[in-house]
Write a new protein. Structure first.
Length: 131
């Protein structure tokens, strides 16, 4: 396959062959500002009550919320699927405890990569459901 035949993901809704339907779709997050503010307020209260330890869990649940409100739409705007995050509390607990311990042992240095690793973990627990 040459570079000329590799589709460019930035040109999401352009057909590669005239007359053929596009193979591309885009993700649309339907997360409202009100939901985001509500979640943030809950996690701020939890972080005070738990002396900051709840913030390790916040990253997982913030990403999970956004992914769970994401739909896949085709070039006509028709919803053709959705993202479903199947992350459970037990999985979050195990992964977060590991990162809490790593952060303590490394005197905070592990926290520099924690957000990216938490996001990657949430993505690995997410399925694409096509209708």
């Amino acid at each position: 396959m040459t570079d000329a035949t590799v589709p460019n993901p930035n040109e999401a809704f352009q057909t590669t062959n005239p007359g053929q339907p596009s193979r591309y779709a885009k993700q649309v997050c339907r997360l409202s500002v009100a939901e985001t503010i509500g979640q943030a307020l809950i996690w701020i209260i939890l972080s005070f009550v738990t002396l900051g330890f709840a913030l390790f869990f916040y990253f997982y649940y913030a990403q999970r919320l956004a992914l769970s409100r994401t739909e896949i739409v085709d070039q006509t705007g028709r919803i053709i699927g959705k993202l479903t995050c199947e992350l459970t509390f037990g999985q979050v607990l195990g992964h977060a405890i590991l990162w809490i311990l790593l952060t303590i042992v490394t005197l905070g240095l592990a926290s520099l990569i924690f957000c990216q690793r938490a996001y990657a973990y949430v993505l690995s627990q997410t399925k694409v459901e096509l209708f």
